[in-house]
Design a protein around this ligand. Structure first.
Ligand code: ASP
Length: 338
């Protein structure tokens, strides 16, 4: 396996220092120039809003777990991202949400999968971590647990936005099976399929990584999955080591992209393991996990990574990744493309 040193890192690997919180709003996005300036501005302002929501906690001495939860809650409430309200629909027109959180100080983690009524799945994941001895609760068990914990419960229709419903309609018509009159089955037209394929590429999962003033790291991820996914499908986002990971000794990671690849590659843990066992600095480890491991398998996506010294890297191999970070002085950086 080739060794990478800093000189070999391509210029597109941005590295930020003195960072206390970073967020992402999904990789994939649209091709450069296909979003209006106003749409891009809206995404960037939402990322900034999430950074500020988390930073508020850090400034007053709150924990990194408080910060990632607040940032992810903010993004779950924004209808433009594929998490909480605004999430994508499954093949049967439902919304099924997954979320996770991990505390790098204690090594504890919590996650939920396939929830349909919990307004902020990341808070439910935190409750699993702090109030049970389990890591992952799914479906109705997770929902009953959320109710018992007095978390906010909403009707499933709360999550469905017009934008996602339209995408779902496009997905359905591109994949519907009909008959051409000769008894042969036909599936959606090429044009429809192309449009639906573009929708699939626009991931919009959200996540955050943080470091508090005690030096503790935390990470959280939340998603609606992939448009038109089989109902019951669970991706990487609630899987520790794949979609989320935090360990004070190495780094905090939140992933976004084609979940099945992240699960098989254990991408989030891959970064930590390269740092821990191969002694790689964070930038090299993150670069390797995305641009060598994932790219080599033909997968698309990205990660945000923060190490214990406050170095933050956000590599991705898709067109773009909605991302941003904030330093301990409160300086904000947000971006979409390379
Ligand atoms: N990783 C998510 C999943 O596979 C999707 C995404 O990141 O947008 O469920």
């Amino acid at each position: 396996m080739p060794r990478i040193n800093n000189a070999q890192l391509p210029p597109e690997v941005e590295s930020h220092h003195d960072v206390v919180l970073a967020v992402h709003g999904g990789a994939g996005v649209m091709t450069r120039g296909s979003m209006t300036a106003a749409v891009e501005k809206n995404f960037l302002s939402k990322l900034e809003g999430a950074l500020k929501a988390g930073f508020k906690h850090l400034k007053k001495g709150g924990s990194s777990v408080d910060a990632v939860e607040a940032a992810v809650r903010y993004l779950e409430d924004c209808p433009v991202f594929n998490a909480g309200r605004g999430a994508v629909l499954t093949s049967n027109g439902r919304i099924e949400l997954d979320a996770s959180i991990m505390d790098g100080a204690s090594g504890l983690a919590g996650a939920v999968a396939c929830v349909t009524t919990v307004k902020n799945p990341v808070s439910c994941a935190r409750a699993v971590m702090e109030r049970t001895h389990h890591v992952l609760l799914a479906g109705s068990g997770a929902e009953q647990f959320a109710q018992k914990q007095k978390l906010e419960i909403v009707d499933p229709s709360y999550f469905i936005t017009d934008r996602q419903w339209e995408k779902f309609e496009r997905f359905k018509s591109a994949h519907e099976v009909g008959s051409n009159g000769n008894g042969k089955s036909i599936t959606g037209t090429k044009v429809k399929k192309k449009a639906a394929k573009k929708d699939i590429k626009k991931y919009g999962t959200v996540g955050a990584v943080a470091r508090d003033n005690k030096g503790n790291l935390a990470a959280a991820t939340s998603t609606g999955g992939i448009i038109g996914q089989k109902f019951g499908r669970v991706g990487d986002s609630p899987i520790v080591g794949a979609g989320v990971y935090a360990d004070n000794a190495t780094c905090a990671v939140s992933s976004t992209g084609q979940g099945e690849y992240f699960m098989r590659s254990l991408t989030a843990y891959d970064v930590a393991a390269l740092m821990k066992y191969a002694g790689m600095p964070v930038a090299q480890a993150a670069y390797k996990a995305i641009h060598i491991s994932l790219t080599g398998k033909g997968a698309q996506g990205g990660i945000i990574v923060l190490d214990a010294k406050g170095e933050c890297v956000m590599p991705f191999n898709s067109e773009g990744m909605f991302r941003g970070c904030i330093t301990k002085k409160g300086e904000v950086f947000t971006s979409i493309y390379r």
